[in-house]
Design a protein around this ligand. Sequence first.
Ligand SMILES: Nc1nc2c(c(=O)[nH]1)N[C@H]1C(S)=C(S)[C@@H](COP(=O)(O)OP(=O)(O)OC[C@H]3O[C@@H](n4cnc5c(=O)[nH]c(N)nc54)[C@H](O)[C@@H]3O)O[C@H]1N2
Ligand SMILES: Nc1nc2c(c(=O)[nH]1)N[C@H]1C(S)=C(S)[C@@H](COP(=O)(O)OP(=O)(O)OC[C@H]3O[C@@H](n4cnc5c(=O)[nH]c(N)nc54)[C@H](O)[C@@H]3O)O[C@H]1N2
Ligand code: SF4
Ligand SMILES: [Mo]
Length: 884
Amino acid sequence: MSAEVRTTCPYCGVGCGLLAAAGEQRSLKITPDKTHPANEGRICSKGAALGDTVGLEGRLLYPMIGERRVTWDRAFDHVARSLRRVIDRHGPDAVAFYVSGQLLTEDYYAANKLMKGFIGSGNIDTNSRLCMASAVAAHTQAFGGDYVPGCYEDIDLADLIVMSGHNAAWTHPVLYRRMEAARKRGQRHVVIDPRRTETADAADLHLPLAPQMDVRLWNGLLADLIRRGAIDRGWIAAHVAGFAEMEQTLAEDDQSASAVAADCGVDQNDLERFFRMFAETPRTVSLFSMGANQSAQGVAKGLAIINAHLATGRIGKPGACPFSITGQPNAMGGRETGGMANTLAAHMGFDEISRDRVRRFWSSPGIAPKPGLKAVDMFDAIHDGRIKAVWIMATNPAVSLPNSTRIREALAKCPLVIVSDCVAETDTMAFAHVRLPALAWSEKDGTVTNSERCISRQRAVFPAPGEARADWSIIAGVGSRMGHADAFSWRNSADVFREYARLTAYENNDRLLNLSSLVGMTEEDYDQFAPAQWPLRTRAGTPRLFTDSAFPTPEGRAQMVVVRPKGPAEPLSLRYPLSLNTGRIRDQWHTMTRTALSPTLLRHIPEPFVEIHPQDAASSGVVDGCLTCVETARGEAIALARITDRQRRGSIFMPMHWTDTFAPSGRANATVSGPVDPTSGQPEFKHTPARIYGYRETWAGFFISRDAAQQPKGADIIWRRIPQAGAHLHEFAGRGDIAERELVTRALLRGAAGECIRFDDPAARSSRQAWIDNGRLDRVLFFGQRLPQRDWLVAAFAEETLSDDTRRFLLHGRAPNVALDSSPIVCACAGVSSRTIGAAVSAGACTLEAVGEATRAGVNCGSCRTEIARFIAEAPVPENRNAA
Ligand SMILES: Nc1nc2c(c(=O)[nH]1)N[C@H]1C(S)=C(S)[C@@H](COP(=O)(O)OP(=O)(O)OC[C@H]3O[C@@H](n4cnc5c(=O)[nH]c(N)nc54)[C@H](O)[C@@H]3O)O[C@H]1N2
Ligand SMILES: Nc1nc2c(c(=O)[nH]1)N[C@H]1C(S)=C(S)[C@@H](COP(=O)(O)OP(=O)(O)OC[C@H]3O[C@@H](n4cnc5c(=O)[nH]c(N)nc54)[C@H](O)[C@@H]3O)O[C@H]1N2
Ligand code: SF4
Ligand SMILES: [Mo]
């Protein structure tokens, strides 16, 4: 093992510090960094499994033009010349960059500088448009800038945490661990979410509101606070503008608890309990995430939450603030450098003064005159030919943008698609004319900003593999070849960062985003940089904003913005009577290009699913565990039905993660495309009118092989690939006749060599075959009605020489007398299954500690603790427990 490198996790916006030690053959040992203020020694299942994701298999390691490997020299020339040609013929707005909150600050700065300063267009936007744009707009309207007021310490200090559209237990697990710790001293949790998530389950109060009713609920709360006299009129008079207008607006609706509860579809007593808890608890933090932002009224939702805090003066004080929690590791860095189409750079806009200032700072030959196109509009412009060249970096829009069929059409039509990624094959890469290999986490070096404005270093552990390069250096290479060598002559990431820090401090009298204390950093300072929160006028940083109740608006007051409830943008109909909601699961990250490399993480939830309320399932004839079609006006997806009362009646839920690589029919965004928020441009990912029906396959099977197989061409089947330790499991089903099955068989067995053992039962339409090559199991293909569990067969692939015993039972799919457990893995760290945990609970383990002692589950990262708690809560109560 090499020495431990102090770095930051590449996944969520909590921004945990990690220690990474490289071993033989790119093995990596990960432990949480006790000194990092974000996690203080904690970690979650995804962070803990990072070691599984750093192999070189599947990496893009060389620049490619079409199918040709080229030198960087050639790649830079080609990209620069092609972009130049488009700009010369069609103007700067005919090119666009679509970037990502997973770029480092240095990368973001470089991309933004090239587009806005040197190409001279505003057309750079980011996947943060799908994620944080509504919160950015809400902050800007209320506080005069995109300022996150609070810090994680506020979450520790709060007595009440209200989570709106935030499944923190799964999406920000380490922050959730901090809240669990605070609960031990009495902190209470309220979750506002149509679904009963793991987070909702564990909360003191869950308000399962009807989709998109948040503004009604928060306005109802504000009206209630006013009625009760629980607002701070003195503080409002001194520090807030717009209260009277908002108070008047509230009078337009019936704000009685009964009316609000009825509109929001929640129990009136529960609603009143929430109102009381909020009124009585000065130390309240209101977290909001995608259930708030991803909405056609996402800005209004954020503002409604902020309004309740402004009315009570709960901001800028320990344990009290509205808190938009960020998703990606560097969503904040992107907002700061200016990577969104509607900002210029470093929290400056497109006003004349800012444009002139940034132009001088960059010595720019022609700075962007106006904001560029936001993500959804940008892809519309690609579709209709206004944009003729797009460079996509660190994001997978063919999967993650709404209405992905149309996005794919746009990419297929676009004359020039350049993609920088670390992975060779993604759904977006399939459309690339030029593929540029980027360094991945563990190789790259730079800075990220987490949800609480804390800047931390990511540091390289491994040397650059192949010819992969840092994103900023790829951008600089192209910028230089476009004729701007002086502006893009950085030697290393420290150079880029210093320039960015200088820009934040440049002629800065009024911008909070100011890193002036970092301007003079030496290389060594940068290497040693310890986490710190901006504003950084001094090295100590600034954990909490607005502590003096002064806001950076012209009048120094926060603005209470009038918001009115609207409900879902697209109405339900007879044809589409259900509201389709989408989001995340605990152990996968977005489009799975990295987390799916970890077989352990895949065992938590291996396949796409759709959650359905029992009554909706019954009226649609859908049965638990069966393949189910989810249809909307845009398209169709197919996933396994999970029938559960955790879903509201009338709402269904699908995860966003699956792609062509793992489950082509399971892509949620083939079906999702809501209208966007008119201000923020953020799409309504959480509501699309839909209907469901059974897929009703006529045959099903599975195939296990050493290498990943592609879905057979020409077969209209439902295909899922599930990487396992040492093999790939492929599940499939079809609605065709025996000829379809034959087609699939031929494709999967092409090139099969060695000995085949086989058993067919035509009467039962079942067929089983196993191929053994050089003594090793090479492929297994089973069709039929009653298929065995897959685990034993998967395990057989690990045998270097198949034993006689294994060989004998291959076509049974399991050995007799071997207890099999293929139930889902609940604890990813220790690999403990739900069956093992269920058994421990039945045997009397009735606390988290007891289950931990009995099974080792939940004792490491703790990401599974809410699930274990559910097992305990749902277990039948044995007599002796009553007595205890
Ligand atoms: N495991 C994991 N963690 C992640 C990620 C990941 O991919 N995997 N991604 C990261 C990123 S980029 C992000 S943005 C965050 C997102 O983190 P979260 O926002 O917590 O995640 P989501 O699952 O998208 O959505 C949260 C909840 O919003 C609810 N919701 C839907 N409609 C409404 C509504 O109308 N009102 C309210 N109040 N709630 C509603 C959904 O039911 C869902 O439970 O997670 C980050 N962390
Ligand atoms: N239906 C639905 N859709 C959604 C959402 C939802 O809730 N519902 N959520 C939305 C949200 S909040 C988000 S943030 C997006 C996320 O969606 P995406 O950004 O599309 O998802 P990722 O899988 O994170 O894509 C990151 C890509 O960058 C690559 N990559 C990783 N590191 C690097 C690097 O250092 N350099 C380069 N060049 N490439 C790298 C990865 O291999 C991967 O291909 O999805 C959005 N889409
Ligand atoms: S909570 Fe988990 S995914 Fe998020 S930064 Fe920490 S270790 Fe990484
Ligand atoms: Mo996100």
